[in-house]
Design a protein around this ligand. Structure first.
Ligand code: PLP
Length: 483
């Protein structure tokens, strides 16, 4: 007995290393605070994009103890200074949010208190906080209160949950699979195609719809396609629309599509991961008319509410459809069964999860909603400002966007436009002060802007235009020399 106690006490001395003392915690906090303040205060002067790969050696796990300072230095050189800096306002290449600081405080609180947000029984407060956040989102989109929802890691998992509910509601299984039809825009986010495969619907028939000149689903053609498939004895069961496509930011005609889906008793899913929260902006609210007809809806607070990566949301009107695959009980969970409360674990493949609610609850309550809406309005105006500036320096623009994603290219006379703009893109990436991406629109290589970081300001756009101007001169030179 004595030796047992001795051994326990000896181990306790070592394992205590996992609970830093008050003094050590203060030291960590101070060092980290300084590091994060430096990061925030200098991030707009630094590059938004760094070409280069990390040194594996430096990131390799080796069990010797190091100081926080040393580790932060490695983090800076190997993580921050490699690839895109998504926290930078200069990141206008892929849809970013930026990552507001107070959301990180929420993560810190969630992690230190480590509340168990999977089941109501474990943490009624955590689960209630998350369900209140979901109710708030339901109210924004006029979804009925009986809807269910989940805070997910992002849009991909949120879409997966929604599509699973659609599959189960319409019982798309065994021999029905190959006869069932899903209607999609070719501009749909690829995570929808991924979800279709993951949930066992690889052999379903996917109709890629024809788009109108604004890259939106043509509702009339959708109606015809459904009628034609139905007349062939097929089973049209789901249509997916986008409220803000990734490539061009287009919002499909949500109301018309919703009415067609209802008339045909189909599941209507709307992927609004990028665009959804723009419904809060009076200037574009009208574009979301009809979103209320959706059976399921996906929105990403880590995009439209500028949170750090790691928060998507799904709302589904039919609770039973979601529960079919996700609700489960086991003997070892018998204490956790409550009837009135919906457990996050009943609506998601996850059981244990990060308590994500705090990262949204804290900033919303600290700042109020007003700066979020102002930020969305600001991004819409900055998109127009950027396009005007590009036009003034001779660039061609894609069509007027619904939201904040758009594209442009340089009309290089005498030189193949695709080759010219590819080179220009390369030079812009090398510069890196602002990060833009590229895409192909009907075979045409174009440069893409996606303005959604809360740190993107007028000064950022001015910097971007100066940089593009400079890079365009270099591209011009490159082609003249090689000719
Ligand atoms: C970003 C995005 C997704 C995927 O969401 P993640 O949060 O990256 O998983 C899905 N659909 C649309 C329209 C998006 O913009």
């Amino acid at each position: 007995m004595e030796s047992l106690i001795k051994r326990i006490i000896a181990l306790e001395k070592i394992s205590k290393g996992l609970e830093p003392s008050l003094e050590e915690r203060n030291k960590y906090n101070e060092e980290l605070q300084q590091f994060l303040n430096d990061f925030i205060d200098t991030t707009e002067e630094k590059k938004a994009y760094y070409i280069g790969e990390p040194d594996n050696e430096k990131l390799r796990v080796n069990p010797t103890k190091k100081s926080l300072k040393e580790l932060l230095a490695i983090y800076t050189s190997e993580v921050i200074e490699k690839g895109i800096n998504p926290a930078s306002g200069g990141h206008i290449g892929y849809i970013p949010g930026g990552g507001i600081f107070t959301s990180a405080l929420g993560d810190m609180i969630a992690s230190v208190t480590n509340e168990y947000a999977g089941m109501y029984y474990g943490s009624p407060g955590a689960v209630t906080m998350e369900s209140e956040l979901l109710d708030w989102m339901m109210a924004i989109f006029s979804f009925p209160k009986e809807s269910v929802g989940n805070l997910t890691s992002g849009g991909s998992i949120a879409n997966l949950i929604a599509l699973t509910a659609a599959r189960d509601k319409h019982q798309i299984k065994s021999e029905r699979i190959t006869k069932s039809v899903i209607y999609l825009s070719p501009q749909i986010h690829h995570c929808i195609h991924k979800a279709i495969r993951i949930i066992g619907l690889e052999d379903v028939q996917v109709r890629l719809l024809e788009l109108d000149e604004g890259s939106k689903i043509d509702a009339k053609k959708l109606k015809l396609a459904i009628a034609e498939d139905a007349s062939k004895g097929l089973n049209p069961f789901m249509v997916v629309a986008s409220a803000g496509t990734t490539d061009t930011g287009a919002i499909d005609p949500l109301k018309e599509i919703g009415e067609i889906a209802q008339a045909n008793k189909m599941w209507y899913h709307v992927d609004a991961a990028y665009g959804g929260f723009f419904i809060l902006s009076e200037s574009v609210k009208r574009l979301f008319k009809g979103i209320v007809l959706a059976d399921s809806l996906v929105i990403d607070p880590h995009k439209g509410l500028f949170l750090p990566y790691g928060l998507g949301a799904v709302l589904v009107k039919d609770k039973e459809a979601v529960f079919h695959s996700h609700h489960y009980t086991a003997n070892y969970m018998q204490d956790a069964v409550t009837n009135s409360q919906i457990n996050p674990a009943d609506v998601s493949p996850e059981l244990t999860k990060h308590f994500r609610g705090v990262r949204l609850w804290l900033p919303l309550n600290l700042h109020g909603l007003e700066p979020f809406i102002a930020c969305l309005d600001e991004k819409l105006l900055l998109t127009t400002y950027f396009r005007n500036g590009l036009s003034e320096i001779g660039f061609k623009l894609g069509p007027e966007p619904d939201l904040t994603v758009s594209y442009f290219w340089y009309p290089s006379k005498g030189i193949d436009e695709n080759k010219y703009n590819e080179k220009l893109m390369e030079i812009i990436h090398k510069d890196g002060s602002v990060f833009l991406s590229s895409t192909k629109i009907e075979g045409k290589f174009v440069i893409r802007m996606a303005i959604l970081s809360f740190r993107t300001k007028k000064a950022t756009i001015d910097k971007a235009i100066e940089m593009i101007k400079k890079c365009n001169v270099q591209t011009n030179k490159y082609f003249n020399i090689s000719k």
